[in-house]
Write a protein that binds this ligand. Structure first.
Ligand code: ACO
Length: 330
């Protein structure tokens, strides 16, 4: 049976840091308010680089980690809501920089659920036998669409990119090193949902049909997003585990979209899961939208926190409204 396995991870965040104290000089806010309401302390801002530069840096790190030639990659998907252009897509820009000359390229727009959506699509395409290797990237330059005068939004977001390399592996015959294996590692199952009737709760970017519009900013009903996240994410995870005859205690780590530490704690509580199984790095990066899950995954991979055979649940939520989860064995 063909499984798709993550064989490399990478990430990139720009070096410029904007602290809560910096923000309190720009708008009427405070370090105390931001920390207690969100858990965020810093966010990184891309001053002199495009989304594609960050995406490429993350991708290059992931390809190096996977130890493959870029020319072997058959598919590049970039999840982003802040592309450099309407077209060409971000994936094409990354392809050129990476010299991944054999890759088919497209972008996915699903806001903070973008990475899990792109991963799910890539896994399905690999499983269907279309390609052997895929590169999936989440990359965002949120600072472009943040209104730096709106304190209810500007404290939340940051820039960055994360990436994974996926390989289609026949579990009955070979693992990534070519050795014979008989057990299941890789992506096991997923469930991705959408409710377009909630679209107005969270919007960002310019309305193309309104050529005079100068409003390119994020507009958000924060409390509605909060309520939606803490209800929908636990339900998605419970359904995913139920469908795979798994108990919540069998999951080793829950890698959630990093929007707000209170959302993550609330999800853990609703699931009756151990809070320590929910790694958090939003204190340093803020909400990097589609990049948050792959950045966290890369950090955990590189600091040795992910052990072979561990069961991971990735879960995202955001504009659309969109949400969902993915179960994988590391
Ligand atoms: N500093 C100080 N005060 C503030 C700030 C700020 N940065 N922002 C808002 N306030 C004020 C408000 O004006 C309000 O004042 P009032 O009581 O005088 O009217 C008060 O603080 C409380 O505001 P609330 O909006 O009720 O604050 P809440 O506790 O709900 O926290 C927050 C707001 C952090 C945005 C929270 O609702 C949240 O995290 N929601 C989820 C947001 C999210 O995750 N968005 C990203 C989704 S992912 C994607 O797809 C992009």
């Amino acid at each position: 049976m063909i499984r798709t396995r993550i064989i490399g991870t990478g990430s990139y965040v720009p070096p410029d840091i904007l602290t809560n104290d910096n923000l309190s000089e720009m708008v009427d806010t405070s370090d105390e308010w931001i920390r207690t309401r969100t858990g965020i302390c810093n966010r990184h801002i891309a001053k002199d680089m495009d989304n594609a530069d960050m995406a490429y840096n993350a991708a290059r790190n992931a390809v190096e980690d996977a130890r493959i030639e870029a020319s072997k990659i058959g598919l590049i998907i970039v999840a982003t809501s802040t592309p450099d252009y309407a077209f060409p897509n971000q994936a094409s820009l990354v392809q050129a920089k990476l010299k991944a000359v054999n890759a088919m390229c497209f972008d996915v727009s699903a806001a903070c659920s973008g990475f899990i959506t792109a991963l799910d699509i890539a896994a399905s395409m690999l499983k269907a036998g279309s390609y052997k290797y895929a590169l999936v990237i989440g990359s965002e330059k949120m600072s472009e669409i943040v209104n730096w005068k709106d304190r209810s939004v500007c404290v939340l977001f940051g820039d960055g990119a994360g990436a994974v390399v996926l390989k289609a592996v026949d579990n009955n015959t070979e693992d990534v090193t070519g050795a014979l294996v008989g057990h299941e590692r890789g992506i096991i199952d997923s469930n991705i949902y959408n409710d377009g009737t909630g679209a107005s709760v969270l919007t960002g970017g310019r309305r193309f049909s309104d050529s005079c519009s100068t409003d390119i900013f994020i507009h958000m009903d924060g409390q509605e997003v909060f309520k939606f996240a803490v209800k929908s994410v636990p339900t998605a995870i419970e359904t995913l585990l139920h469908n795979n005859n798994m108990d919540i205690n069998e999951v080793d780590k829950f890698i959630l979209h990093q929007a707000n530490v209170r959302i993550i704690e609330s999800v853990a509580k609703r699931l009756k899961a151990d809070k320590d199984k929910f790694p958090v790095n939003l204190n340093e990066y803020g909400n990097t939208s589609s990049a948050s899950i792959p950045i966290l995954l890369d950090e955990l991979n590189r600091n040795g926190s992910l052990k072979q055979g561990e069961k991971l649940v990735l879960a995202g939520f955001g504009a659309g409204l969109s949400w969902g989860s993915i179960l994988l064995v590391w």
